[in-house]
Design a protein. Structure first.
Length: 279
């Protein structure tokens, strides 16, 4: 059974553990690996954000820079220009909290002032030393995700000898760094970073061992949606990617995930509700 937590955010809170929370992905980018370009136009992104809430999302995660394999960083101001208007518009119209998917402290700070309540950092503060201060100072929620290498070498990492233990140790160290920076215990969620700097078999091993990371003592988020390790296992088609993602979502919940981060919110809400009832 999952432990229960209350994720404290600046203006709200999210109960975690009794019911799986669904984080809906909203990429305001032209080049994300799965939905790049679909919601790049501001009005389309705002409309999609409202749809995600209606489909059952508990949180919306808005990102302005793709971190897919082969992607390159964009200028900071361009990232701000992409996400800020969408965050401002949605914060005024939806009831669920907004997360900003960024590793840059200035982007995070501007997004929080615009209405976001969570920072989802793929680097767990490794890429920007100022990020802990921003999160602590705004009392925002934070997702600390495991990844390896620099921004440009995220997906070019060598194999790990013991991926589960390495991820566990690194996440535990990330939590210690966050706490040392003054970030509250109940503001932190951890993410093993499936697909980030991990070979197919490493991602599968980590997914099978999600319960190991529960021992760190923080809520767990798992993001597998449409990732390349799924495409490497099953046939390459949109339908197959969706069904493959569904299998990983159920597996993650059975292993103790509190939050699942996905593109297909409506389908995942049904999967999560049924899986929750079974367990």
């Amino acid at each position: 059974m999952r432990n229960s937590y209350t994720w404290k955010l600046p203006r709200s809170s999210v109960r975690l553990g009794e019911r799986t929370a669904v984080m809906g992905i909203l990429n305001v980018t032209p080049d994300s690996f799965s939905d790049g370009g679909l919601y790049f136009e501001r009005e389309k992104a705002i409309t999609r954000g409202k749809e995600l809430e209606q489909e059952g999302a508990d949180i919306i995660d808005i990102g302005g820079e793709s971190s897919r394999p082969g992607s390159q960083p964009i200028p900071e101001q361009e990232e701000i220009d992409r996400v800020l208007p969408v965050i401002q518009a949605l914060a005024a119209t939806i009831a669920i909290p907004i997360s900003v998917d960024t590793y840059r402290s200035t982007v995070a700070e501007r997004a929080i002032h615009a209405g976001a309540q969570i920072v989802n950092d793929i680097s767990a503060f490794r890429f920007d030393d100022r990020m802990p201060m921003v999160v602590a100072g705004t009392q925002s929620g934070v997702v600390l995700m495991h990844s390896r290498g620099s921004r440009t070498t995220l997906h070019e990492q060598s194999r790990m000898q013991d991926p589960v233990d390495e991820v566990r140790q690194t996440l535990a160290a990330s939590v210690e760094n966050a706490r040392a920076a003054g970030i509250a215990t109940d503001a932190i969620v951890i993410d093993p970073g499936i697909g980030f700097g991990k070979a197919v078999e490493e991602s599968v091993s980590i997914l099978k061992s999600v319960d190991v990371f529960s021992k760190i003592g923080y809520p767990l988020m798992v993001g597998t949606s449409r990732k390349s390790f799924i495409r490497a296992i099953i046939s390459e088609s949109p339908e197959a990617r969706s069904w493959g993602t569904a299998a990983t979502v159920v597996a993650a919940i059975l292993k103790g995930a509190h939050i699942v981060r996905v593109h297909d919110v409506r389908q995942t809400r049904a999967l999560a509700d049924m899986t929750d009832r079974i367990i």
